[in-house]
Design a protein around this ligand. Structure first.
Ligand SMILES: [Zn+2]
Length: 319
């Protein structure tokens, strides 16, 4: 009788062995807390699609951030809901925009906390799209200039890292160039390299009040059916646009920085799941707290979170 040559089960036999060889571990160090800033004072506006979460005025947001830092959460991701929207999303890159104000306030109170800022226009535009709209379509290249302005204004306010979430072609290169020109060469970029036009973002769109007022995002964000295209998008940004920002202590980010060489090699590594840091998208849930898998009784939360993470290979950390 033929026996299997390889016996991977050997490493699964004992709990401590399984712990030793576990490839993914979710710890508090991995968490980034998304927060939604609004104008006003004393505002804690419940977000219906995210039970237990609130849109917060800056005074309230600062309290929340202090609590988060006290729990050891290393970073927040700030989104803003503007006072007024317009076709070009002006508040997104205003010096006194809501996010820029929030960044300064948080840095005043908890200077060591990492602040990541969402770079996009959709919360700020009257049409709710992530780019400039002309003749009913979303224009790529004119949008790049605005996205770059958003990133620079946030970094100048004190953001530690900027996170473009739009999916315009060439935005990372445009942002990198603008940051460098503004003498912000040390500001890393965390891009949504392969972002799908996904219904999973529904709760986020409600939280950030950023739903498109016409059409949808499918002309710029990816078709969820396309996995190979996701690899291409990721490789394009890793190699084609040569992202070189660094977050020194981020070992998983460092893995990405180490990726170099011909596209084929990167694609192969991506295909094999090697050196491809992944994260759980904070908005990749169905918005129904009672039905979220990690809230089922008796389940192992980190384990389930990791499984969710594995199910979203298109969302990649990168710098
Ligand atoms: Zn957007």
């Amino acid at each position: 009788m033929a026996h299997p040559m390889f016996r991977p089960r050997r490493l699964r036999e004992k709990p401590l062995l399984r712990t030793l060889v576990r490839e993914t571990v979710l710890a508090v160090d991995d968490l980034v807390y998304p927060l939604f800033a609004v104008h006003g004072r004393g505002v804690r506006e419940p977000i219906a699609s995210m039970p237990g979460q609130f849109r917060l005025s800056i005074d309230e947001l600062v309290k929340e951030v202090k609590d988060a830092a006290g729990m050891g959460i290393p970073a927040v991701l700030l989104f803003g809901v503007p006072a007024e929207k317009d076709p070009r999303g002006s508040e997104a890159y205003a010096e006194d925009g809501i996010v820029q104000q929030a960044v300064r306030a948080v840095k005043d109170v908890v200077p060591d906390l990492l602040i990541v800022t969402d770079v996009c226009l959709c919360q700020y535009t009257s049409h709710g799209h992530c780019g400039i709209v002309e003749g009913g379509s979303i224009r790529n290249d004119p949008t790049l200039e605005l996205l770059a302005r958003v990133a620079v204004s946030q970094a100048e306010a004190g953001a530690d890292m900027v996170a473009p979430s739009d999916m315009m072609d060439g935005r990372v290169a445009a942002i990198r160039e603008a940051l460098d020109e503004a003498n912000l060469t040390d500001t890393p970029i965390l891009a949504y390299s392969a972002k799908y036009a996904s219904s999973f973002y529904g709760p986020f769109r409600e939280a950030a009040d950023s739903a498109p007022q016409f059409g949808d995002r499918r002309s710029y964000q990816m078709d969820p059916a396309n996995a190979l295209e996701a690899l291409r998008e990721i490789a394009l940004e890793h190699l084609g646009e040569r992202l070189v920002g660094r977050l020194a202590q981020g070992r998983r980010l460092a893995d990405v920085a180490a990726l170099d060489g011909p596209d084929d090699a990167v694609l192969e590594r991506l295909r094999l799941g090697q050196n491809v840091p992944q994260r759980v998208d904070p908005f990749a849930d169905d918005g129904q707290a009672g039905e979220r898998p990690e809230q089922k009784q008796g389940e192992d939360e980190p384990l389930l979170a990791n499984q969710v993470e594995d199910g979203f290979p298109g969302h990649e950390w990168k710098i």
